[in-house]
Every structure is written in structure tokens, then in C-alpha cells.
Ligand binder design. Structure first.
Ligand code: HEM
Length: 507
């Protein structure tokens, strides 16, 4: 009997050892290192502190490595701080990681994800992207429409040498580009619709998708919440404006003319309706009125704040680095002259200006954490396993400030984007992704680059920018939100020799 027991124990131990061995050998890739996490609140305690998330996530690399995970309440999130893993997510496995998380604030903004930026990957989303992409091409290189509306109005204050806040004018100019694209219309200064738009846009930037507690714990909605109230108010103002434009377009629609993005979307909707079988009708690709409105709202949201913010950063860096400004002006003087405004066809002959724009996009990425991606099936990143539903945050800030990829990453140096002769623009590292990449790449990349070029070249052709007397240099620190915004600042825009007479025209 004893020997029988001994054999049983031996067999049990052997089986256990075998099972353990099997588990070790078949365990495959590991999960990424995880920040401490408690039930319910997840890793919240490790994420407290004064630092904005992009800096906090960069700092945590030292302890957890370049790719690690954390729990945002109940949601597993992987943070990526290096370009190899970022490229795997965006390009190599772009479709697998093309999902977007649903959150309370983005659902309010987009009527439950009926847009492009926060909409989940699928046929509706693909169709919308295609239609919008087509409409954006109408604005492409060779089209004069964007060149016509890119002149800024810097008002009498510039001539009088007063300290100017450029933000309202920059915002109005960029808004007019997007308005012209979406509605074939533009705003004059002081237009009440434009003033309303400025107010609601800022409210949205301040409240959406900044990992507020209500986005992590949706049940918190039951408590009074000032941010949510503000967001709902902003969205209702936006929707009233959008609805008005939509009704006007529907009333004046013609199959023979396509004036703007709304016409393009209406045409796509009608043609889907005309081919109507129950399955292939407009609803099957999501062309409901809600989808059309949210898509236009998206282009507004994504198109105005981003480009305006990059221009604001560019002006700050030009003020900090007058030698860069001078070199751009010399380039403009020799390649464009003073007889005409710069045109898109000048881009190839103004490499230093192009390099400066790239350096601004590197050093202050406007979307430092992109928009979160979601794994649509079980998959992997490098050697790490990733479960379906995991959120993935790419920390573009880390990529653009990676010491292994960029010499002195905190130094503003447009020259790093030029070849050794200084005659052509280059991308010196794979760790540069200001517009993302792959299936979710920014839809407005080409348009944004054209706008940045036209506005900056026009400003520097006409003006020299400097700190107003008695002011300090503007802060280089950003305020984290849906975009990384600079603090408010004032600037002196002094007309360059030869441009003083034009002030009346510009007012
Ligand atoms: C300098 C200006 C801009 C920058 C730096 C920028 C950058 C980005 C980035 C980093 C993303 C996220 C990519 C991802 O999640 O993987 C994005 C998405 C997007 N951008 Fe831009 N963007 C700019 C201007 C614009 C403009 C002018 C428009 C529209 C006219 C636009 C429309 C969009 C849309 C619709 C998306 C969502 C794409 C999707 O989820 O499929 N962006 N952008």
C-alpha cells in the first residue's frame, strides 16, 4: 500500500512538473511590463502628478522600458515610446490596430462615433474616408483656391507696432480654408457665427479626450460634471451651425456642380440611395444625416485647431530664433522676391522654410499621444502579446525627443532636416511621424502642409516677428489637451522694408 502511495505521489509530481514545463515552453511571447494596478482604479495612483501625460509616459520608460502597459481603470493600455513598435502598430499591423476606443466625451462629440477620427474601423468608416479624401484632393496642389484665401489680415496694429495676439487672425484664416473646403464660404472678422465657433472650439479642446475621469469610469456621468455640461453646450452650438449649412446645401443641391465637401457627401449619399437595394442603400454604408454632419464636424475639429496650433508654435520658435527667421526671409527674397505672394509651386525652391516647418512639427508635436488605437484581435507588438480590445497609445513626444535618434532633441534646429549642401529637405530618422502613418494616417496631411507653407511664407515675406518691448519671450511649455497648445503670447509684427505701404490693403 505504501509503495502504491509513493508511486502515486511520484506520478502526480512528475505530471505537475511536466505541466509546468509545458506551460513554460508554450507560453510564447510575454505581456509588456505593467505599472502597479489596483482593482477598479487600475494604475491611477502611478499616474498622479503635475506632469502632462506625454512627459510622464516618457519618464516612465526608465523604469518599465520603451513599451509597457498600465490599467486605465478597467482598460488595459499599452504605451509605446519607440518608433519600431510604433511603425509595427501603424503600418505592419495597421488594420489589426485600426480600432478606436469609445469614450463618454468622444461619443457626445461624434453622436456615438459616427465620424472618421473616433469612428471604429469598418465599411462606413472606409467609405467616409474615401469621400472626404476625394473632396480634399479638390484642394490639392495646382488648385488656386487655397492660395487665394491664404492671405492674413494683420490689421492696423501691426503698422502701429503694437503687441499683437496673432491667435484670432490665424484661427480665422485657417477656419476660412476649412470653411471654403466644407461649405464653400468664409467668415469676415467680427462675424457672430465665427465668434461662436471660436468659443465652442476652445470648449471642445478643453474637454474632449484628455483622459478625464469620466472617460475612464463612465458611471461617473451620474454626478454633476462641469466639463460635460460645457462640452454638451459647445456641441449643441456646433450642431446648430452645421445643421444650418446642411439644410442650405440640401436646398441648393445640383448633381452637376460640386462646390465643396458637403456637396461631395450629399452626392455620395444620393448615389447610394439611387442604387438602393435594401442591403446596398445609403444606410448600409452609414450615410445617414448624422454621419454626414459628424464627418463635416470632424474635418472642422481636426482641421482648425491642429494647423492653427502649429502656426502658433512656429511663430514662438521664430521669435526665439531670429537667425532662423532671417535665413527664411533671405531665401524668400532671393527665390520669390517682393513682386508676388509665395505660391505652392515655390515649395521646392524654399528648402529652409520647409525644414523649419518640419522641425516645428517635431519639437512640438500637436498631437503628442495621437488618438488612441485599439487592437481588433489578439495580436502582438514585438515580442509582447496583445489581447483584443487593448488600447494602444503611441507617445509621439518620445519618438520626436528620442536621444538615440536625434542629436540634442530639445534644441530647435531646422538644419537637421536638410541635406549636407542645404539644398534639399530630408527625413533624418524613422522616429518622425507628425501625421501618423498607415490606415489611420491624418487625412489632412497634404492640406495642412500646404497651409503651413503658404501662411508662414506670406507672414515672413511681409513682416519680421519679435517680442514686444517690455514682454518676455513666450513660454515653450505646452498645455496638454486634445492638441498641445502654447500659452497665450503677444508679438510685434514689423512690416519689412517695401511692405509698409501695403498696410491699408491688409486692413
Ligand atoms: C499640422 C496639422 C495637423 C497635424 C500635425 C495632424 C496630425 C494628426 C495625427 C497625429 C492624427 C492621428 C493619427 C493616428 O491616430 O494614428 C491625425 C488624424 C486625423 N487628422 Fe490630422 N493633423 C493635422 C491637420 C489636419 C487637417 C487640416 C485635417 C482635415 C482637413 C485633419 C484631419 C484628420 C482626421 C480626419 C484624422 C483622423 C483619421 C482617422 O482616424 O482615420 N488633420 N492627424
Amino acid at each position: 500500500m505504501t509503495w502504491f502511495l509513493c508511486v502515486c505521489v511520484f506520478l502526480a509530481l512528475a505530471l505537475l512538473a511536466l505541466k509546468l514545463k509545458l506551460r513554460v515552453s508554450t507560453r510564447g511571447p510575454q505581456e509588456p511590463p505593467c505599472l502597479p494596478a489596483l482593482p477598479l482604479i487600475g494604475s491611477l495612483l502611478s499616474l498622479r502628478g503635475p506632469q502632462p501625460p506625454h512627459l510622464l509616459f516618457k519618464g516612465l520608460q526608465e523604469k518599465y522600458g520603451q513599451t509597457y502597459s498600465l490599467m486605465m481603470g478597467p482598460h488595459p493600455v499599452i504605451i509605446i515610446n519607440q518608433h519600431r513598435h510604433a511603425r509595427e502598430v501603424l503600418l505592419k499591423k495597421g488594420k489589426v490596430f485600426a480600432g478606436r476606443p469609445r469614450t463618454v466625451t468622444t461619443d457626445i462629440l461624434t453622436r456615438d462615433g459616427k465620424d472618421i477620427a473616433f469612428g471604429d474601423y469598418g465599411s462606413t468608416w472606409r467609405f467616409h474616408r474615401k469621400v472626404v479624401h476625394g473632396a480634399l484632393c479638390m484642394f490639392g496642389e495646382g488648385s488656386s483656391s487655397i492660395e487665394k484665401i491664404s492671405e492674413l489680415v494683420l490689421s492696423e496694429s501691426a503698422a502701429a507696432g503694437l503687441a499683437l495676439d496673432l491667435t484670432p487672425e490665424l484661427t480665422r484664416a485657417i477656419t476660412n480654408v476649412i470653411c471654403s473646403l466644407c461649405f464653400n464660404s468664409s467668415y469676415r472678422r467680427g462675424d457672430p457665427d465665427f465668434e461662436a465657433m471660436l468659443r465652442y472650439s476652445q470648449g471642445i479642446v478643453d474637454t474632449v479626450a484628455k483622459d478625464s475621469l469620466v472617460d475612464i469610469f463612465p458611471w461617473l456621468q451620474v454626478f454633476p460634471n462641469a466639463d460635460l455640461r460645457l462640452l454638451k453646450w459647445c456641441v449643441s452650438v456646433r450642431d446648430k451651425l452645421l445643421q444650418q449649412k446642411y439644410d442650405e446645401h440640401k436646398a441648393n443641391y445640383s448633381d452637376h456642380v460640386q462646390r465643396d465637401l458637403l456637396d461631395a457627401l450629399l452626392r455620395a449619399k444620393r448615389s447610394a440611395d439611387n442604387n438602393n437595394t435594401v442591403e446596398a442603400g445609403s444606410e448600409s454604408v452609414g450615410l445617414s444625416d448624422d454621419h454626414l454632419l459628424m464627418t463635416v464636424g470632424d474635418i472642422f475639429g481636426a482641421g482648425v485647431e491642429t494647423t492653427t496650433t502649429v502656426l502658433r508654435w512656429a511663430v514662438i520658435y521664430l521669435i526665439h530664433h531670429p537667425q532662423v527667421q532671417r535665413r527664411i526671409q533671405e531665401e524668400l527674397d532671393s527665390k520669390v522676391g517682393a513682386g508676388r505672394p509665395p505660391q505652392l509651386s515655390d515649395r521646392g525652391s524654399l528648402p529652409y522654410l520647409e525644414a523649419t516647418i518640419r522641425e516645428v512639427l517635431r519639437i512640438r508635436p500637436v498631437a503628442p499621444l495621437f488618438i488612441p488605437h485599439v487592437a481588433l484581435s489578439d495580436t502582438s507588438i514585438g515580442d509582447f502579446t496583445v489581447r483584443r480590445g487593448t488600447r494602444v497609445i503611441i507617445n509621439l513626444w518620445s519618438l520626436h525627443h528620442d536621444e538615440a535618434e536625434w542629436e540634442n532633441p530639445d534644441r530647435f534646429d531646422p538644419g537637421r532636416f536638410l541635406n549636407s549642401e542645404g539644398t534639399a529637405v530630408v527625413i533624418p530618422s524613422s522616429s518622425y511621424l507628425p501625421f501618423g502613418a498607415g490606415v489611420r494616417v491624418c487625412l489632412g496631411e497634404a492640406l495642412a502642409k500646404m497651409e503651413l507653407f503658404l501662411f508662414l511664407s506670406w507672414i515672413l515675406q511681409h513682416f519680421t516677428l519679435s517680442v514686444p518691448t517690455g514682454h518676455t519671450l513666450p513660454s515653450l511649455e505646452g498645455k496638454f489637451g486634445v492638441v498641445l497648445q502654447p500659452a497665450k503670447y503677444k508679438v510685434n509684427a514689423t512690416p519689412r522694408p517695401g511692405w509698409e505701404m501695403d498696410q491699408n490693403q491688409m486692413c
